[in-house]
Design a protein around this ligand. Structure first.
Ligand code: ADP
Ligand code: MG
Length: 882
């Protein structure tokens, strides 16, 4: 072959190759990128089989034998050329990817030949480094030296593993190794020599070749790998000794499987917060790159051409031939782009299917010796290398989803979540139970407290109830006994007084009669004396006249005395009658005077007095004359004044006399007494008389015109005696019932005077005040209904509402009834409603409408409430139903 041809041989295919000029060429970036998603690589790059030639130094034998001969090869490493001497003047030149001289260090050989392949394998490609050459040329030296005695002598296997271990992460990646030898088409496990017929299995789909029967040892450190190589080497040696063969006749194959998870392509399992909900989207399976490095120390190539042996040796030579020649044929076919590549012809070619014409990155070292004696083998080796350089591989990354690891991790995660869930479930149940127990405790406590409070309240109510029953019973028994006793004692003392007075009166009357008789006698004597002819009669006349005058004065005095005694008498009679009638009423169980009784002061005259007694007063004023009695009101004698006012008051209690009293100017006199008198009794009786007079409508107007209301107001303000106040209040209360007087009554201070009297808490006074308010409210109500009164009630204006509300449930039934009625009257006018609500009157009305013992008042209250829109809406607001 011409040198040019040889050179051409080396470069002819170069244009088709990427990176053909450099052995060290790296894969394009895309080939090692992390962006793949498919289980098998779709991107692929061309990668020609790289071939380096290494020249072994002359050994001792050669040095001795061939000392005088020139080497059969001449290397031009800088030109990456090798010249194979044909004869002294001619040589063929071959170009290789690298040319190593005998001085090339193991390190450089590794870095140029194997390192790029190792790097590819680490990136997820398959890679092959193979040594081919005649026995003794340094294949094992190049590949398998352990470098025990000299570290610099470490071969490719040792250095590859060092590189691999330095580049992987043992936590996420793994390296495993099988070591085999192929001898006479038999695969023997060098790590388990007994296992000497390992089948080759091909994946029908992917075409991947595997040796499932081979021992696979995971490598975690260099030391264990070296140990493994030693063991393998020892087994190889032992096996060959046993078979009486040489190790150079077998192929040694070291398979290194690297599995690497792709950095940054794993799901984040550590993020505890980000599980469950994003499981589907976040848990993409991690990517796994599986690179397989095949290091092949081939059997010596010399046998290919020297097959002259016999017997077993012949068979062996055939077998060895078979594998190597099959490899040669395949490489030839591939180099020539032949349609058929006889891969299946031998186990070696089947095993190396991916290394030549497959997806592997493949480097071949051909080893040669310098001796011209082996020129033929050297030439054959060179040609093998030259052809191999033409073999084009299609590098493919071996990347796939690491479902196994994903499922394992997911399983771990699921287990974690299950455990967490169980913990949370338990904690939740415990919490629920705790809350339930706590709630139960609270409920029980509340129930107990409630029961205790209820019991206490019940006890309190019972005690109160018992107390009030007891009080009522006491009152009742006092009422049962007291009046009878009093009546008995008082009655008897009064009777005694009456009889005493009767006697006195009779005495007085007799005295008067005697005096009258005396007067008559004297008159007769005078008549006799005045007859003509009587001597010295002038002086007698004068004496008689003075005597007469004295008598007249005496008579007048006696008359006054008689009047006083009579009035006292009638007064006593009346009081006795009153007692008796009160007693009768108490006994018969009759209540106090009803609401419509306009006069609370009927007891001032004796309704039940005997006809005789009443007529005695009538007789008195008939006998004495009303004018006379009224004039006595101004008597200088206080006792006379008192008696006179009593008489007038008694007369005023009789409706028949009222008009006469007023006509005679009695009302005026009484009002004067009220304002002038220092005497409390006089004021009290006068007020009583006025109150009685105030029962008639015409008198009411008169009282008003005569400024009576002002005088009553003054008395109301000054008086302290409850009975005086009761009379004054009664008088004003009567005036309150007059429709015509409403405005004046109020403007002249009548209402304020009435309300002022509540300072005296005597029920009799309060009852009159209440009656007055009820009367006023009723008139006002009428006036409003007739359109005569606009605006809110004068009672409310004058601040009566507070007292009304306070006393609407007064325990005295009289007060209560009046106030209840007053409330009903006030409530009949929408204009009062707001104030009544604010003043709390609504509540009282509601209570009245529910609880009042009197049907008429109860239904009146109910009617009033239902007819008022304001009350209705307030009740709705308060969710109160009648
Ligand atoms: P092969 O495996 O091809 O039969 P070996 O590797 O066993 O050959 O080498 C044969 C002998 O040559 C060994 O003694 C080895 O030490 C030596 N030898 C081979 N190559 C070299 C080299 N490059 N430098 C030094 N000695 C070498
Ligand atoms: Mg060897």
């Amino acid at each position: 072959m011409a040198s040019a041809g040889g050179y051409r041989n080396g470069t002819q295919k170069a244009p088709n190759l990427r990176n053909s000029s450099s052995f060290k060429s790296k894969l394009p970036p895309s080939a090692s990128s992390n962006g793949r998603r498919s289980s098998t690589a779709i991107d692929a790059v061309y990668g020609r089989v790289r071939v380096a030639v290494r020249l072994r130094p002359r050994n001792a034998e050669e040095l001795a034998a061939d000392a005088d001969f020139a080497d059969c090869v001449e290397l031009q490493p800088e030109l990456k050329r090798l010249k194979l001497r044909k004869n002294n003047w001619d040589s063929d030149t071959y170009e290789f990817d690298e040319v190593f001289t005998e001085f090339a260090s193991q390190k450089r050989v590794y870095e140029v030949v194997a390192k790029p392949v190792v790097e590819s394998v680490l990136d997820g490609y398959n890679g092959t480094v193979m040594a081919y050459g005649q026995t003794g040329t340094g294949k094992t030296y190049t590949l398998g030296r352990l470098g025990d005695e000299d570290v610099s002598a470490r071969g490719i296997m040792v250095r590859s593993m060092e590189d691999i271990l330095a580049n992987i992460c043992l936590e996420t990646d793994s390296v495993s190794v099988s070591y085999l030898q192929l001898y006479m088409e038999t695969i023997q496990d060098l790590l388990d020599p007994a296992n000497d017929s390992i089948p080759i299995v091909e994946d029908q789909k992917t075409g991947d070749v595997s040796l499932p029967g081979a021992t696979v040892v995971e490598i975690r450190d260099q030391q264990s790998f070296l140990e493994l190589l030693r063991v393998g080497e020892a087994h190889r040696y032992a096996a060959n000794t046993k078979l009486n063969t040489e190790s150079s006749r077998s192929h040694a194959i070291l398979l290194v499987q690297i599995k690497r998870s792709v950095p940054g392509r794993e799901a984040d399992f550590s993020a505890e917060t980000d599980h469950s909900s994003h499981l589907a989207t976040n848990y993409k399976p991690p990517m796994l790159r599986k690179g397989k490095l095949v290091l092949v120390d081939l059997a010596g190539s010399e046998r290919v051409n020297k097959s002259g042996s016999e017997g077993h040796m012949l068979e062996e030579a055939k077998s060895i031939n078979l594998s190597l020649s099959a490899l040669g044929k395949c490489i030839n076919a591939l180099a020539e782009n032949s349609a058929h590549v006889p891969v299946r012809d031998s186990k070696l070619t089947r095993l190396l299917k991916d290394s030549f014409g497959g997806t592997s990155r493949t480097s071949l070292v051909i080893t040669i010796g310098p001796s011209p004696r082996h020129r033929a083998e050297t030439a054959s080796t060179i040609l093998f290398g030259q052809r191999a350089m033409k073999v084009e591989n299609m590098l493919k990354i071996k990347e796939e989803f690491d479902y196994k690891s994903l499922s394992k991790r997911l399983e771990v995660q699921v287990d974690k979540l299950i455990a967490e869930n169980e913990r949370q479930q338990k904690a939740f149940e415990a919490e629920v139970e705790r809350i339930r127990l706590e709630a139960q405790k609270h409920v029980m406590e509340a129930e107990r407290n409630y029961a205790e409070a209820l019991k206490e309240e019940k006890m309190k109510c019972q005690v109160e109830y018992m107390d009030s029953i007891k009080k009522l019973e006491e009152k009742w028994s006092i009422n049962q006994q007291k009046p009878t006793n009093n009546a008995r004692t008082d009655g008897s003392s009064i009777t005694e007084e009456v009889s005493e007075l009767k006697i006195l009166l009779q005495n007085e009357m007799q005295t008067r009669k005697a005096a009258e008789e005396e007067i008559n006698k004297l008159k007769e004597q005078l008549h006799m004396l005045t007859k003509p002819g009587s001597a010295g009669r002038n002086s007698d006349i004068l004496n008689l006249q003075s005597m007469l005058e004295e008598e007249i004065r005496q008579k007048k005095r006696l008359e006054e005395e008689v009047i006083v005694l009579r009035s006292q008498f009638s007064q006593l009679n009346m009081e006795a009658g009153q007692r008796a009638s009160y007693l009768d009423r108490s006994r018969s169980g009759a209540g106090l005077p009803g609401l419509d009784s306009l006069s609370p002061l009927r007891n001032l005259h004796c309704k039940d007095a005997t006809n005789g007694e009443r007529s005695s007063i009538t007789n008195l004023h008939e006998q004495v004359g009303l004018h006379k009695i009224l004039s006595l009101l101004e008597s200088e004698d206080a006792a006379v004044r008192i008696n006179a006012v009593k008489v007038v008051a008694n007369l005023a209690a009789e409706e028949a006399n009222q008009e006469k009293i007023v006509e005679a100017g009695g009302l005026n006199s009484l009002l004067m007494l009220l304002s002038n008198s220092e005497d409390e009794t006089i004021r009290r009786i006068a007020a009583g008389a006025i109150a009685n007079l105030a029962m008639s409508e015409s008198n009411q107007e008169l009282i008003m015109t005569q400024g009576g209301i002002a005088l009553l107001a003054v008395t109301a303000a000054d008086a302290e005696d409850p009975q005086t106040l009761r009379m004054v209040a009664g008088a004003i209360a009567n005036l309150c019932g007059n429709d015509k007087l409403q405005t004046r009554l109020r403007s002249e201070g009548g209402i304020r005077a009435l309300l002022g009297m509540v300072r005296c808490r005597h029920p009799d006074v309060l009852s009159q005040v209440a009656r007055g308010i009820a009367n006023f409210a009723k008139c006002e109500s009428r006036a409003s209904a007739q359109g005569q009164k606009a605006g809110r009630s004068s009672l409310i204006e004058d601040g009566a509402l507070t007292w009304i509300v306070q006393n609407s449930n007064n325990e005295a039934s009289m007060i209560r009834r009046h106030v209840e009625l007053a409330l009903c009257h006030l409530a009949q006018h929408e204009v009062n409603a707001r104030d009544m609500i604010t003043g709390g009157a609504l509540w009282e009305l509601i209570r009245i409408s529910r609880d009042c013992s009197r049907d008429d008042i109860r239904s009146l209250a109910r009617r009033t409430l239902t007819s008022s829109l304001t009350f209705q809406s307030e009740m709705r607001r308060l969710r109160i139903e009648l």
